[in-house]
Design a protein around this ligand. Structure first.
Ligand code: KIV
Length: 276
């Protein structure tokens, strides 16, 4: 395996699951973002992100489906392969899509192995708690790092019926507290906490030795994750309270394309300097 060098010819210090644990212990927040293709993954990695999640949100933002349910294992592997080709430093986590791990632990392990072997990714993420614990254990025992995902778990949208805040009532909060400990015990290296009350996320984060990564879970998680299309302003209809939009890419791209159309129509493009 050749050593990758940075722009100053120094060996790249790769982020691993152990790095994330050290960051939690040092009180250093973990930055995570989604990416699904080579070009954006290269930008995210070059910008210094700690973790890229090849999320099954690709089903929504890349393929235009209403939910994350339809995306297939082959499609996730395709996105992960594209991301991995661009990455030098960050840890890459890939979502196991709906239907590839819920039936039994043998199926789950086979799905995780396909992701690792065919994409070269570094770890997988799975939605759920105690109900999928046998699968998580089997995958971890096979040497594949697993990130858990609790709270709002979009693959179960038809069970929940809405994308609203989870674990508001005490019985659901108690299940989440229990699930977090069970995931840690099963060997997960981190847990995503999605759309739960900030006080609960703080309590769970403090109770665990592994890092939590929040999305709509307040400031006291050990890290934060956002979907790139949301935070870059590509998606303009999705405006949950937890989202901070850093760029208005939809407007900027529209403006650039409109200018291009005008230049083509008026014959301004290409100029003599842009011709051979
Ligand atoms: O698929 C995804 O983008 C996710 C994040 C919302 C955590 O799971």
């Amino acid at each position: 395996m050749s050593t990758q060098l940075d722009t100053e010819n120094k060996p790249v210090k790769k982020v691993t699951t152990h790095t994330l644990l050290k960051m939690k212990n040092a009180g250093e927040k973990i930055s995570m973002i989604t990416a699904y293709d080579y070009s954006f993954a290269g930008i995210m990695d070059g910008a210094g992100i700690d973790v890229i999640l090849v999320g099954d949100s690709a089903s929504n933002v890349m393929a235009g489906h209403e939910t994350t349910v339809p995306i297939t294992l082959d499609q996730m592997i395709y996105h992960a392969q594209s991301v991995i080709r661009a990455v030098q430093r960050c840890l890459v986590v890939v979502d196991l899509p709906f239907g590839t791990y819920q039936s039994n632990s043998d199926v789950a392990l086979a799905s995780a192995i396909r992701i690792m072997k065919e994409s070269g990714a570094h770890s997988v993420k799975m939605e759920g708690g105690a109900e999928i614990i046998d699968s998580i254990k089997k995958i971890v025992q096979a040497g594949i790092p697993v990130m858990g995902h609790l709270g709002l778990t979009p693959q179960s949208i038809y069970k929940f019926g809405t994308y609203q805040l989870r674990a508001k009532d005490e019985s659901e909060a108690n299940k989440l507290r229990h699930d977090a400990l069970v995931l840690q015990e099963a060997g997960c290296f981190a847990i995503v906490l999605e759309k739960i009350p900030a006080v609960l996320a703080k309590e769970v984060s403090e109770s665990l030795s592994i890092p939590t990564i929040g999305i709509g879970a307040g400031p006291d998680c050990d890290g934060q994750v956002l979907v790139m299309h949301d935070m870059l302003g590509i998606n303009t209809e999705f405006k949950p309270r937890f989202l901070r939009v850093y760029l208005n890419l939809h407007e900027q791209v529209t403006h650039a394309v409109q200018q291009y159309i005008k230049d083509v129509k008026t014959g301004d493009f290409p100029s003599s300097g842009e011709s051979y």
